[in-house]
Design a protein around this ligand. Structure first.
Ligand code: FAD
Length: 382
């Protein structure tokens, strides 16, 4: 099939190779991706890449957006996280479910990077069981009042817009809340193993009043429509993030194996090291193929490939972990030194098995699907 990758992917690769890759260790150490980086990404069109042109985006197709995510993630995982929350989880969801007014109000500013957006669902006591959120809202004459506490919110430390999920009478609704609204405060999260540059914060909502038009979708559809749509886009992004980490780790391990000598020859000539490289390469290709398949499906207008996304996210995050682990092994002692990128890649890979649905939840969803799909009534079982 003829397919031209969008030129923005080449721009992302150049930016990633020249700017992100050399600085990723520093961002990790300093605990933040600097605002200039976000500004440069916006100027290059990367923050609005998949957003429609009519709202100031670049209108690139989902498959190219996947390749773009891979390029940015190869250079710096904390920077890639901005694409996941700002562009995928919030931007794409607004494109799908926002009203015309909401799209005009938020998307052009998001594409230009004038407003950074984040996705606020998780809470201290509600992670996998997201339905258990205790952030509440009360309808008022002019809109809604929100009270509660969110945790783990990527880029919320610098965000201007928050896609917030709250409950009323057991029904969950989604709202766009702007920074600066009275009663909304944030507290940075420190001491993290990974995603250190990704401005994670806790958010407190203390009688935060928002207008009626801050509601995304209809009242009570926060889970069934808004969160589900957002997680479709977010998991696609995280699946590509796994490919990115596996790709970067594979390059590091191969480069090292071709340079480092033990027992009088390059370690890449030892067959057991070749085994690690072969396993890593195979897993990387397979994970990338799974992501590309969804990209093709999305390019053809199929937006229902939810199970394929779950499978790709589950597999790709496991592959990132496998390949990063193999890379540490190939580098030996240097693999655990922060002078070498694989030490960070290993930490970053672990997070992908937790966010956007943990691996256990993916296993549950995938097995439920398989128990239906692969059942044969005519097979003999006893
Ligand atoms: C770096 C990072 C960034 C994040 N960014 C965001 C963000 O931007 N926005 C946001 O809303 N959230 C974010 N999160 C939160 C993330 O979505 C949650 O951490 C995740 O959903 C898991 O929830 P939890 O940490 O509360 O773990 P828990 O839900 O408490 O799970 C603990 C363990 O129990 C397992 N478990 C739970 N239920 C079951 C079950 N039914 N069967 C089998 N096993 C089960 C889990 O798989 C896990 O292994 C982020 C988290 C991290 C670490």
């Amino acid at each position: 099939m003829e397919y031209d990758i969008h030129p923005l992917v080449g721009i992302a690769k150049k930016f990633s190779d020249e700017v992100l890759r050399p600085s990723a260790g520093l961002f990790d150490e300093q605990g933040e991706v600097p605002r200039e980086i976000m500004r440069e990404m916006a100027d290059l069109g990367l923050l609005g890449s998949i957003l429609p042109k009519e709202y100031g985006g670049q209108g690139i197709d989902p498959l190219s957006y996947g390749y773009l995510t891979e390029e940015i993630g190869k250079g710096c995982n904390s920077t890639r996280a901005l694409l996941t929350v700002h562009t995928s989880l919030v931007g794409e969801t607004l494109v799908k479910l926002g009203t015309q007014e909401q799209k005009e109000k938020y998307l052009p500013a998001m594409a230009k990077g004038e407003k950074i957006a984040c996705f606020a669902l998780s809470e201290p006591e509600a992670g996998t069981d997201a339905n258990a959120i205790s952030t509440m809202y009360e309808p008022t004459e002019n809109g809604f009042v929100i009270n509660g506490h969110k945790k783990w919110i990527t880029y919320s430390g610098v965000a201007d817009l928050f896609l917030v999920f709250a409950k009323h009478d057991e029904k969950v609704s989604a709202f766009i809340v702007e920074m600066g609204t009275q009663g909304l405060t944030r507290k940075p999260m420190r001491g993290l193993m990974a995603s250190r540059g990704a401005h994670l914060s806790e958010l407190h909502f203390d009688n935060v009043e928002v207008p009626k038009d801050s509601l995304i979708g209809r009242e009570g559809t926060g889970f069934s429509f808004v969160a589900n749509a957002a997680l479709f886009y977010g998991r696609y992004s995280i699946a590509w993030a796994g490919v990115a980490i596996a790709h970067a780790a594979l390059e590091e391990m191969v480069t090292y194996a071709r340079k480092r000598e033990q027992f009088g020859k390059k370690i890449g000539q030892h067959q057991l090291i070749q085994g690690l490289i072969a396993d890593s390469t195979t897993a990387f290709y397979a994970a990338k193929s799974a992501c590309e398949k969804i990209g093709y499906l999305r390019n053809q207008g199929d937006h229902n490939s939810l199970m394929e996304i779950n499978i790709a996210k589950y597999y790709s995050s496991s592959v990132a972990m496998l390949v990063a682990n193999n890379a540490v092994q190939v580098l030996g002692g240097n693999g655990i030194s922060n002078r070498f990128p694989v030490e960070r890649l290993y930490r970053e890979a672990k997070v992908l098995e937790i966010i956007e649905g943990t691996n256990q939840i993916q296993q549950i969803l995938i097995s439920q699907h398989a128990l239906r799909k692969f059942f044969r009534k005519d097979s003999i079982v006893a």
